[in-house]
Design a protein around this ligand. Structure first.
Ligand code: ACO
Length: 402
């Protein structure tokens, strides 16, 4: 790697790398990934091990603060998080204003952005105590904001957080319990959700994380930066791919299950269709997260005796694509989104909430990067250059002569 930050703009040297394919935007100690070998580590720990032995809050602590917490640190962290799970009552009013069919990602980014209007006492990016307070507020409130968005979309009353439950249990009860009946939290669903959140927790300089860093680099507050990250995640080429992937699998099923037809369509350069859940900017091998999720998916479906035709289609599609020259040549493998949707369906999470779940999972990564950037002595505002390809100077033509 060549460090070109030493070259000043006055030298006239500009590197052009559209889509930042080979451009490092920062040095980072949060996540290591090797796309050729299919390795992913958070703060040095293999994601496979964290997914097996940790709960999501432990992983969040690790990502944000750099070390696995001691028992005491973890207990304290959980205790502090529990203090922040409620939303300010006035924030409920926002939900009245959104249309019933609003996408929950739009609600999520709006309400998160609006946190900066309610929690003005923790907006200073240079005050460590305020930064910690905002971290707690975001981690604790995001599931509440998300579950309220879902309840709004189905016309049910909001369910308040319960602090006697774990992070994942609490989220499931806010999503699915109703005042009229008791709700039993399914431990298999809690386990699967915990694992999904962990594998999504960070992925170095992806589009949404780079957005969070970019916005944060101007010293915009943490709520504003995270809201921008949520918007970036929403796109179908990024976090929105899990929703698009299940929609595609449904479409294939309705169309008679002819997976070959869709593989051929994806290869056809005259069409814009792509196999959703396939390919990755960095992984040119199996996405290790997809491997973990696939195993969890199989386990959950078998244990619960769920026969989901979408899962069968996914398996057939993977089989055909992985043996196709086009996909082999381009090193296009299933990514994390390929199986996550099948698990979400098994848990009963509706399609439009899939990307919201991704956002809840990715939040610790965004926070870790935001914090890392602000603590870096070499932090500068992100301000890329360009190669101008427009007109040279032109003579102005007055309106009446155009
Ligand atoms: N289906 C068919 N062809 C594909 C696919 C796909 N899913 N993905 C890439 N290709 C092809 C491209 O058409 C291109 O072919 P060409 O060289 O003949 O022009 C080649 O593979 C390289 O693809 P790029 O678009 O240059 O790869 P890039 O790194 O820019 O894009 C991306 C990566 C966006 C993930 C892409 O693979 C894609 O669109 N995948 C489908 C959407 C998806 O699953 N996104 C989730 C990403 S993971 C995440 O966000 C958690």
């Amino acid at each position: 790697a060549v460090d070109i930050s030493q070259l000043r703009a006055s030298t006239g040297v500009i590197t052009l790398d559209e889509g930042f394919v080979n451009t490092g935007s920062t040095k980072s100690a949060v996540t290591f990934l090797d796309g050729e070998k299919g390795i992913l580590r958070y703060r040095g720990y293999p994601v496979e091990q964290l997914a097996k032995d940790c709960d999501f809050i432990e992983v969040a602590y690790l990502l944000i603060y750099g070390e696995l917490p001691s028992e005491e640190q973890l207990t304290n962290f959980r205790k502090k998080l529990r203090r922040h799970t409620m939303l300010h009552e006035d924030m409920r009013l926002f939900y009245d204003g959104f249309p019933r069919d609003a996408h929950p990602m739009a609600i999520l980014s709006s309400v998160v952005g609006a946190l900066s209007t309610f929690y003005q006492d923790s907006l200073d990016p240079h005050d460590k105590a305020q930064v910690d307070e905002s971290i707690l507020r975001l981690l604790a409130k995001l599931p509440t904001i998300a579950a309220f968005a879902y309840k709004k979309s189905i016309g049910q009353p909001f369910v308040y957080p319960r602090n006697d439950l774990t992070y994942c249990e609490n989220f499931l009860q806010m999503m699915f319990s109703v005042p009229t009946e008791p709700y039993e939290i399914d431990p298999d669903f809690v386990e699967a959700l915990n694992l999904l959140l962990i594998v999504h927790a960070d992925h170095e300089q992806n589009c949404s994380t780079s957005t969070v860093r970019m916005v944060g680099s101007s010293n915009a507050n943490m709520f504003a930066s995270i809201s921008a990250g949520i918007s970036a995640l929403w796109g179908p080429l990024h976090g929105g791919a899990n929703e698009a992937c299940v929609a595609m699998l449904e479409q294939i099923r309705k169309d008679g299950g002819n997976v070959k037809k869709y593989v051929d369509m994806a290869k056809d350069k005259s069409s814009s269709f792509r196999l959703m859940g396939f390919g990755h900017r960095v992984y040119k091998n199996f996405d290790p997260r997809a491997t973990i999720i696939r195993a969890s998916c199989e386990k959950l479906l078998a244990k619960r005796n769920i026969d989901d035709p979408i899962f069968d289609i996914a398996q057939q599609l993977q089989e055909v694509a992985l043996n196709d020259e086009y996909f082999i040549e381009r090193k296009l493998y299933p990514n994390v989104d390929f199986y996550s949707g099948v698990i979400y369906r098994a848990i009963g999470i509706p399609v439009q909430m899939f990307t919201v779940l991704f956002a809840i999972g990715r939040l610790p990564g965004w926070l870790a990067h935001w914090r890392e950037m602000h603590e870096s002595p070499s932090k500068r505002i992100c301000r890329p250059r360009q190669i101008y390809i427009g007109h040279t100077e032109r003579e102005f033509v007055p309106l009446e002569k155009r």
